[in-house]
Design a protein. Structure first.
Length: 126
């Protein structure tokens, strides 16, 4: 039963943090920053927030630094908006999985362009 509560709470935190990102005025936080997922500890005292931003790795790291400095404000607003007695401590983690998957996809397309088509070979044998 507690697992459902943790999952529901993590989605609520993700939704509210995404809305709060638009209100922050820190120049380190990119306008194209988004929250990928939130992982809450079983006791609800810590929350890992996976963050990504449009651009290179430096943009993501700078956004995480800006979010970390604004974590006190974010915790207070989360507590008020979600009516939580105790808001979890937020840990912002840069997530470059989208850039990594785009790089892998590019490599696969490059490999498929270099290899000869096997369909032509199978048609000649028949």
């Amino acid at each position: 039963m507690a697992n459902h509560r943790i999952g529901r709470l993590s989605e609520d935190i993700k939704r509210e943090l995404s809305a709060l990102l638009r209100e922050l005025k820190d120049p380190r936080i990119s306008e194209m920053t988004s929250i990928l997922r939130c992982e809450i500890s079983p006791d609800g005292s810590h929350c890992k927030v996976h963050v990504t931003a449009l651009g290179d790795e430096n943009a993501v790291k700078e956004s995480c630094k800006g979010l970390t400095s604004a974590s006190g404000y974010l915790r207070r607003e989360l507590g008020n908006r979600l009516k939580m007695r105790k808001c979890p401590e937020l840990h912002f983690i840069p997530d470059t999985s989208i850039a990594y998957s785009a790089h892998i996809n590019e490599l696969l397309h490059e490999i498929s362009r270099k290899t000869p088509s096997t369909e032509e070979d199978s048609g000649e044998e028949e």
